[in-house]
Ligand binder design. Structure first.
Ligand code: G3I
Length: 302
């Protein structure tokens, strides 16, 4: 096929992008979005600070606009993210203990209920582990409510929207040998063993170049999959967008049956959170870059 989404669909996958809702008014942006992608993730509009700026007051306008756009185009929606230490509204940042635990669970329940039936996958918990060699949980106000906060969030999400697949999402869990990867792997294994409802793991995959795209990435994908969860490449971008690294990522996903799809973290380089690194598949003028051709070819021939 001649577009990313249609080519991925022929391989039983999706190919998606992060979307900034404010850019839906930019016709150059929306033209590429509608032509190339069959999955979307809100770049910021489904985060806690966006959806519940004041306690008990929910703002669904921008997020609903994205969901409507996606539905009208037949795109699948990934929800991002129900529980996270970052981008918490001020009222939540100042909470602790049982008050915070209950506020977090209420947020999960309210939001998952609001979008029930419209979200294919939820990033229930995002970035809960430390970088480096400790393999420990990241210290945060949520972690300080007790080590079981993650499974409590997953149980609340399952109850609110039983049909959405529930994912744990993180960065720097790409290299199979890293302590952080192993720690997340053990958590997922433990959840599966104890019946905590988890369906998938999201590997953000923000790469800084050939150097940190690990040669064992495929092993990481297949090892998580062997636990009985799907794997998703959720926020792909690569410094300077080298064609061979993009091609390898696509081929690694295609090699693992439970790798359900790839989401790039923005459309044009100018839309990227790291725009100075030109890490995406389209340049600022909306033209396809060499990495685009490499991805399309891999999806069709890989
Ligand atoms: O919307 C406000 C605007 O009103 C204000 O004038 C402006 C001034 O700074 O800020 C705007 O908000 C910014 C928002 O992006 C929208 O552009 C925030 O400051 C900025 O912090 C926010 O950055 C986002 C970042 O997450 C926040 O953590 C990035 O766009 C977004 O790409 C990035 O995405 C994360 C994933 O959620 C999780 N994984 C890592 C990834 C990259 O950091």
């Amino acid at each position: 096929a001649s577009t990313l989404g249609a080519s991925a669909a022929e391989r039983g996958r999706y190919f998606g992008t992060a979307v900034a809702v404010s850019r839906l008014n930019d016709s150059a942006y929306t033209t590429i979005l509608n032509r190339e992608f069959n999955q979307v993730t809100a770049e910021n509009e489904m985060k806690i600070d966006a959806l519940q700026p004041n306690q008990g007051q929910f703002n669904y306008g921008n997020a609903d606009r994205l969901v409507q756009h996606a539905r009208s185009q037949g795109m699948l929606v990934r929800g991002h993210t129900l529980a996270w230490h970052s981008q918490q509204p001020g009222w939540m940042q100042n909470m602790s203990g049982t008050t915070l635990r209950n506020a977090m669970l209420n947020h999960v329940t309210q939001v998952a209920t609001h979008f029930r039936g419209q979200i294919e996958w939820w990033d229930v918990v995002n970035e809960a582990f430390q970088d480096g060699s400790s393999g420990a949980r990241r210290d945060s106000n949520l972690q300080r409510t007790g080590n079981d906060w993650i499974e409590a969030a997953f149980r609340a999400a399952r109850q609110a929207d039983p049909n959405a697949d529930l994912c744990y999402n993180d960065y720097n869990i790409d290299n199979w040998n890293d302590a952080k990867t192993q720690a997340v792997y053990r958590m997922v294994q433990d959840f599966k063993n104890r019946g905590v409802p988890i369906d998938c793991v999201g590997l953000q995959s923000h790469f800084t170049g050939g150097s940190n795209y690990p040669s064992n990435y495929r092993t990481t994908l297949s090892s998580f999959a062997a636990l009985g969860v799907d794997v998703h490449i959720t926020e792909l971008d690569i410094r300077n967008a080298p064609s061979d690294a993009y091609r390898n990522v696509v081929n690694d996903c295609l090699a693992v049956a439970r790798c359900k799809g790839i989401t790039v973290w923005g459309i044009r380089d100018s839309d990227s959170w790291r725009s100075s690194e030109n890490p995406l598949l389209f340049n600022g003028s909306g033209q396809k870059k060499p990495a685009y051709d490499a991805v399309l070819t891999a999806l069709n021939n890989g």
